[in-house]
Design a binder for this molecule. Sequence first.
Ligand code: SAH
Ligand code: SF4
Ligand code: F3S
Length: 438
Amino acid sequence: MNQKRLYMETYGCQMNVNDSERIVSMMAESGYIHTTKISEADMILLNTCTVRGGAEEKVYNRLENLRILKKRHNGLIIGIGGCVAQHEGDVLLDRFPWVDLVFGTHNLHLLPDMIETVENGERRSETSFIDNDQRLDLFPAGHASHRFSRFVTIMQGCDNYCSYCIVPFVRGREISRRSSEVINEIERLAASGVSEVVLLGQNVNSYGQKSPDQPRFDQLIRMVADVEGIKRIRFTTSHPKDMSDELIACFAEIPKLCGQIQLPAQAGSNAVLERMNRGYTREAYLDRINALKSARPGIVITGDMIVGFPGETEEDFEQTMALIEEVRYADLYSFVYSPRPGTKAADMVEELSKDQKLERLERLLTLQRRLTLEINLSFKGSVQKVLVEGLGKRPGQVSGRADSGKTVNIIADPGLVGSFVDVRISAAYQNSLVGELL
Ligand code: SAH
Ligand code: SF4
Ligand code: F3S
């Protein structure tokens, strides 16, 4: 019998990327080998995102395309999972008759069984939440394509209910994975040659806060740093209100913890932050930023901003711009506000037109492009340690990441993939640096 092939398409955040990696390794055990060519797929799974209206639309457009593929390929299985699936549920089976299965964000471990059902000619949808901390153990670790740097999910869900955000509704309550499980997985990764781990969660800073028998996040980082073979630790995403002094101290005391942090502000004005239900003020945010900068001089800070939140005045927006200048973000993920069904902000009155929101976004992006380039240029001449992760885009180049998370391209032998090298930065561009081997 021919091997069956799985094509996996992933949208949204790193949590979804990690879930997809896990799905791919789980399905290998059910006889589906992973393919990157959609034309040879026997099964196509979409792992979806619904954080903004545009993300959801993208999924529906994609499903329309897949209808044609399904007509051409008899027996092709099409499944939709992740956050759109969680939000819409089995309605998707009615709306898209060519979709065979719908799986929610807590139901990934059911996939092998669901696929068996589908192979027997029935359609199936599973989107119930499982709210206990063992949920995260139901599911095996993934074998990812990057061999040296790997994601490790340490918590899932979110209890923060920022007023604009759909994530708590589609990922459920915040649950931390037991530290013994986390450390076991990292030990296994290290034994297989992984030298960098990226700890993942919607709000990693509140790791363990709900379970008195678990370490706090700063303590977990220290445990990870003690794992033999792990040379670099990163984490994402952080919430400013849970950015404790103990966690900031880790940046001063643990060299393995990379000098990089994603700390989304979302807005620069207190009035907007309050309506967003973010739980901190502009002043408290800047206090955390300054503490981070003193704990680890030169720390690279990235963030997220939402432009055109309901009620955002020109003055509010100017405060966002001023905050960006003051923090000097190395990079920003910024989007115009998009109302999401079921969230509190969806009931707030929107006064700005789409064009006004886009005009503000453009001003913000122009400012951020300048800062990014300035920061990249400031690395010129410096010596950086780079973990070479793969081949570069151009022939003769390899590519990797500096401690700061910046991508560095180096003219060097492909044999260096997987090792740490010292380079001198010789050129800097908008999206990457160029280094020369020392
Ligand atoms: N847990 C992370 C990220 C959550 S979603 C955190 O708290 O930072 C990723 C980003 O999408 C958010 O940081 C926010 O900037 C953006 N986002 C979420 N909901 C949005 C909405 N309704 N409209 C526009 N952007 C949104
Ligand atoms: Fe959404 Fe806020 Fe939770 Fe982040 S912290 S996932 S923005 S509700
Ligand atoms: Fe999107 Fe779900 Fe992540 S909505 S941002 S994929 S948690």
